[in-house]
Design a protein around this ligand. Structure first.
Ligand SMILES: *[C@@H]1O[C@H](CO)[C@@H](O)[C@H](O)[C@H]1NC(C)=O
Ligand SMILES: *[C@@H]1O[C@H](CO)[C@@H](O)[C@H](O)[C@H]1NC(C)=O
Ligand SMILES: *[C@@H]1O[C@H](CO)[C@@H](O)[C@H](O)[C@H]1NC(C)=O
Ligand SMILES: *[C@@H]1O[C@H](CO)[C@@H](O)[C@H](O)[C@H]1NC(C)=O
Ligand SMILES: *[C@@H]1O[C@H](CO)[C@@H](O)[C@H](O)[C@H]1NC(C)=O
Ligand SMILES: *[C@@H]1O[C@H](CO)[C@@H](O)[C@H](O)[C@H]1NC(C)=O
Length: 389
């Protein structure tokens, strides 16, 4: 077949695939599945976090190959090119955007113009809450400073009242902490209970400062994805030479402690900060459930990644010539040693958006989305007072 015809058939197949996947995963209201779609309210989403949420910001940073995913086979299942996402396709913030009628994410650092009325994604692979966990990435304070720039830009472009309304109604979606614990265990392989407790307090303390600053900038609606079961990731089981399949206990213990304190702190924040609304998405328990009961979710492989080398294909996906790649990532919970496959991400996103399971509380993301922040309502009514018809 001549190349032009081949490529147009390829594009046609790709378009058919896009249609098919959008029907599967983001039903439109014409399909009648009202519970899954946002109403036609427009709400911005600001995304903060690490590799789990990075849409390719690290493509624009001088970081090592370990912190990049801009080479094949990343992206192969959906985008058909490597975008920088650590996945064969879309990640949780992409599905959240689809549910919210927003476009898929462009990295905040991507040159060119952005429409910040829709929000922005600042997440960066390797980013910790603490700068010292990985200073070359966009650690939390750096992401916060970019958010402040965006907030100021919106004020310049749209005026104070309109910008404040957007910020008050926006969702602040975050995934932070994993990198801080990887770096801690690297430097302190056998921490005492007291050391673990002190470190978790420091991470959560700094994270709380970030949340409070976003609140002061006008943010009200926060969606926290907690830290995943690091010790059960193929990457760490392999690194720790756990040939029997057991999870790495110290990583499980410290991430559980973090998640417990995160839950407690959000309750406190709600009582301290007027109008503060939040949800916790229990990534730890939901991903663990997929690992332990893969067939319940239609997976047949949960302990070995689709892409990589070693006993669990836990590392080096696309980074060395001899890496292995499975033929169908949809059969796997993990695409690479540290990251879920697109299919797993779509199931996780369904828990996040629709709630109705033990994995998301006290609100679903859809409820948080539809909630009218009291601040936004006040701004609207003030507008009427200031500018009577
Ligand atoms: C930016 O997005 C908002 C909300 O979707 C839309 O109303 C506005 O027209 C967009 N602005 C530009 C310049 O495209
Ligand atoms: C934030 O982290 C620094 C170390 O980077 C620590 O000294 C400080 O106490 C932490 N802040 C809070 C509020 O825990
Ligand atoms: C795993 O085994 C390798 C090779 O024997 C060794 O270099 C490494 O230190 C071991 N890792 C751990 C965490 O025990
Ligand atoms: C969170 O609160 C519960 C209930 O008060 C308590 O048992 C638990 O120890 C707290 N978690 C942390 C990490 O402090
Ligand atoms: C997964 O299960 C299907 C159906 O039983 C089977 O055809 C396929 O070979 C399995 N894949 C793997 C990687 O085990
Ligand atoms: C939010 O406000 C809109 C428009 O003012 C209204 O239609 C909607 O019912 C409100 N939603 C909630 C959950 O109160």
């Amino acid at each position: 077949m001549e190349p032009a015809a081949a490529s147009s058939i390829r594009s046609l197949l790709y378009i058919m695939f896009l249609l098919y996947s959008s029907l599967l995963i983001a039903p439109t209201s014409s399909q009648g599945d009202e519970s899954r779609q946002a109403n036609n309210k427009h709400v911005a989403i600001f995304v903060f976090g690490d590799s789990v949420y990075d849409p390719g910001n690290n493509n624009y940073l001088h970081v090592g190959i370990d912190y990049k995913a801009n080479f094949t086979p990343y992206g192969e299942s959906f985008f058909e090119y490597p975008t920088g996402r650590f996945c064969d396709g879309r990640i949780v913030p992409d599905f959240a955007a689809m549910y919210s009628n927003l476009p898929l994410w462009e990295p905040y650092l991507q040159p060119g113009s952005h429409n910040f009325s829709n929000g922005a994604n600042f997440a960066s692979a390797g980013a910790g809450v603490l700068e010292e966990s990985e200073p070359r990435t966009l650690y939390s304070q750096k992401q916060l400073s970019y958010f402040k720039e965006v907030a100021n830009l919106l004020k310049q472009q749209l005026g104070d009242a309109e910008a404040k309304k957007i910020l008050a109604d926006a969702l602040y979606l975050s995934s932070f902490g994993g990198v801080d614990y990887m770096s801690f265990i690297d430097s302190t392989p056998n921490p005492t209970k007291l050391q673990q407790r002190e470190y978790v307090n420091m991470v959560i303390g700094n994270f709380t400062d970030v949340i409070k600053e976003i609140y002061e900038m006008g943010g009200r609606k926060f969606a926290f994805q907690n830290v995943g079961p690091l010790g059960c990731l193929p990457e760490f089981k392999q690194q720790y030479n756990h040939s029997g399949g057991a999870c790495v206990e110290v990583l499980q213990a410290i991430t559980s402690l973090h998640n417990s304190l995160l839950s407690n702190v959000t309750v406190e924040l709600q009582s301290q900060l007027s109008g503060f609304q939040y949800l916790i998405f229990d990534f730890f328990s939901s991903l663990n459930d997929m690992i332990n009961y893969p067939t319940k979710y239609g997976f047949n492989v949960s302990k070995i990644a689709c892409c990589g080398i070693g006993l669990y294909r836990g590392s080096e996906c696309g980074r060395v010539k001899e890496y292995e790649l499975c033929s169908n990532p949809n059969e796997y919970v993990f695409f690479d040693g540290g990251h879920a496959s697109e299919r797993a991400n779509s199931i996780l996103s369904n828990f996040l958006w629709n709630g109705g399971s033990e994995f998301t509380w006290p609100l679903s993301m859809k409820q948080l989305y539809e909630l009218n922040s009291t601040t936004a309502i006040e701004i609207l009514s003030n507008d009427k007072l200031l500018f009577p018809m």
